[in-house]
Write a protein that binds this ligand. Sequence first.
Ligand SMILES: Cc1cc2nc3c(=O)[nH]c(=O)nc-3n(C[C@H](O)[C@H](O)[C@H](O)COP(=O)(O)OP(=O)(O)OC[C@H]3O[C@@H](n4cnc5c(N)ncnc54)[C@H](O)[C@@H]3O)c2cc1C
Length: 270
Amino acid sequence: MKAARFDYALASGIADAVALLDGAGGLGRVMAGGQSLIPMMNLRLAQPSLVVDIAGIREMRRAELSNGELYLGAGVTHAMIEDRKTPDATNGMLPFVASGIAYRGVRNRGTIGGSLAHADPAADWPTALLALGASIDAVGPKGARTLSLEAFLVGAYTTALESNEVLTGVRVPRLSPKARWSYYKVARKTGEFAHTIGAAVLDPERGVRRVVLGGTGRAPMLVEGAARRLDRPLGIADAAAILNSAGFDPVEHHLHATALSRAITRIHTP
Ligand SMILES: Cc1cc2nc3c(=O)[nH]c(=O)nc-3n(C[C@H](O)[C@H](O)[C@H](O)COP(=O)(O)OP(=O)(O)OC[C@H]3O[C@@H](n4cnc5c(N)ncnc54)[C@H](O)[C@@H]3O)c2cc1C
């Protein structure tokens, strides 16, 4: 199948992209790496009247580290993070996650902002960045705003972004040198979308303990019961009990319990 007819515009900057989207009356779509949008258009799951290409906006590839946080422009590709062409503030978690996304061709074009805006429930960045306590910057006709990922990721393929807003960057709090993390992705083959993901971040110096379950068919979720148990390894039965109290059937969702247990256990494995 081929995409339905659409107009194409190459945005010259963020303000231009916002103006183009605003003029499309809700029928415009940003294209970053095109790795999800183009297949969706070819399958006619998406039929925008206007595609606004933001890949040429240099400002969107900006990456910088300040004292408290890492800023990654939305146009930073998975490969740039994997190759450590961007600074790291996460003791290696971001490059590790990037290297497990799809295969190199996809990682060369796919962007961190595109992955978040697409909000595939099985994708890697939403889960990993929620565990890290990240937030996003967006710009629209009414100006700029910053949203925590909890507020941004509303559901499967659904975010709080308006149709005339552009996601411009991601803010990742800097981990302390002794902070630990783990990321346990269950996929049929290396580099495929996840069946389930357990992610954990333990940063006692900053008082941070976060556990996230992803790949559940909905937006990734913080698992408070598991975060409270982050100080020692967690068995699968205990992980299942925690998920059961969060409304997950322990039999049907045994893979989620396994991912949660492995993520927490691995954070204790040097
Ligand atoms: C074969 C294959 C395997 C894959 N495997 C994995 C995997 O294992 N794990 C994983 O996490 N991902 C995987 N992906 C998805 C990949 O990571 C995509 O790159 C990513 O999901 C979308 O990024 P993109 O830059 O290509 O966005 P696009 O395809 O250009 O856009 C995706 C959506 O986000 C919107 N969008 C993009 N950028 C912005 C922005 N800055 N502001 C507002 N809206 C925006 C678009 O309008 C569109 O709706 C895979 C993709 C393929 C093709």
